[in-house]
Design a protein around this ligand. Structure first.
Ligand code: SF4
Length: 355
């Protein structure tokens, strides 16, 4: 059975209110490094997909959707891209035939290959009305509506890896989704890479024991640092071009693509230690701006390149005066339920034990 209830919220808006995924075609050859489907196939679902992430047709799964079922919202092809260049048109034709037979359902289909789907797939030229056509966009350069003459019904920004302004592009989809994965846990991803462990984006209830037993992995919570996310790999390139002697250091909350380009990645403490111990004279820190000021004051013989304009708006609210007042009056305490405190202590104790 490949028709499974899913927590993907945007599939819940039609039919009986529970969304489903359906995967008569799986796999993809595109190789996006953030691909959640491939990560699942290589870890938790490797017994289900022993052939790996190569495009595969599962004809038996066509029978999992039937004209007699109650109306549902169904994400078809969630485990890959059905328009991958390696997917033959005959496979898709059989899926569209089933979609056509089951008009009570609303299907959603997403691709990163809008040109392939436009030129090579009859779906876009049929009168099928129970399928929403969507395209996945991760950054502005991929937002090319002129390539989509069929005008996609929806666009999924998942993960959204850079700023996109729909108005500026002169195009407005019927529906836009910003996926949870956009809040990628850079620090978890980078830590996994440093430790040589698998990275799983998002926590799947009940899966943690299985993952620990079979596949040591870092499971990233869907969160990010709004300051470190602003740094791009091109910024590192620009600094290296202008200041070839400078040592570049990035906080692990930066994007993995940024971490891959800098000389050193490390926490605030590591940055302090590296700058202090290094013989180099010039440094560029890819982290909150005030860190450069602090290190410049502590190391007057070394230059911190001041190209940073990413100040944390929340930390900037903390003033010496307010801190003094809070301590004097012992006010603004944050109170949390005991259950949260108990669970939160576990990772902190574990971290302290191994640090
Ligand atoms: S196109 Fe989609 S399915 Fe293919 S590798 Fe990229 S994220 Fe995964």
């Amino acid at each position: 059975m490949s028709l499974n209830p899913t927590g993907i919220e945007w599939t819940h808006v039609f039919g009986e209110g529970t969304g489903y995924t359906w995967n008569p075609i799986t796999g993809c050859t595109r190789g996006c490094d953030y691909c959640y489907a491939r990560a699942l196939v290589e870890t938790r679902l490797k017994d289900v997909y022993p052939q790996g992430f190569a495009p595969t047709f599962w004809p038996d799964r066509l029978r999992d959707v039937t004209p007699k079922q109650k109306p549902r919202g169904i994400f078809v092809g969630s485990m890959g891209d059905m328009w991958d260049l390696a997917v033959p048109q005959e496979w898709r034709d059989q899926v569209w035939a089933r979609v056509s037979d089951c008009r009570q359902h609303v299907f959603f289909s997403l691709t990163k290959q809008p040109m392939v789907s436009t030129r090579h797939d009859n779906l876009w030229h049929t009168a099928l009305r129970n399928i929403w056509r969507g395209v996945t966009v991760t950054r502005r350069e991929e937002l090319r509506p002129w390539e989509w003459p069929w005008c996609p019904a929806f666009v999924s920004f998942e993960p959204l890896l850079g700023p996109v302004c729909l108005d500026a592009e002169g195009w407005c989809p019927d529906w836009a989704i910003i996926g949870a994965d956009s809040r990628r846990a850079g620090v978890a991803h980078n830590t996994a890479r440093e430790l040589g462990l698998a990275f799983i984006q998002g926590w799947i209830p009940g899966s943690e024991k299985e993952l620990r037993a079979d596949t040591p992995a870092v499971i990233g919570w869907g969160a990010h640092c709004e300051v470190h996310e602003l740094f791009e790999p091109e910024h590192v390139d620009a600094v290296k071009q202008q200041f070839p002697e400078a040592v570049t250091i990035a906080h692990p909350e930066c994007k993995p693509e940024v971490i891959a380009k800098v000389d050193i990645s490390g926490s605030t403490k590591k940055m302090v230690d590296v700058v202090k111990a290094s013989d180099a004279k010039q440094f560029m820190l890819f982290t909150e701006c005030s860190m450069g000021d602090n290190l410049a004051a502590e190391n007057p013989d070394k230059e911190m390149i001041r190209m940073c304009s990413h100040q944390c708006p929340h930390m900037a609210l903390i003033t010496l005066e307010d801190t003094l007042e809070a301590l004097q009056k012992l006010q603004y305490q944050i109170e949390l339920p005991e259950a949260i405190l108990r669970d939160a202590r576990v990772p902190i104790d574990n971290m302290l034990a191994i640090s």
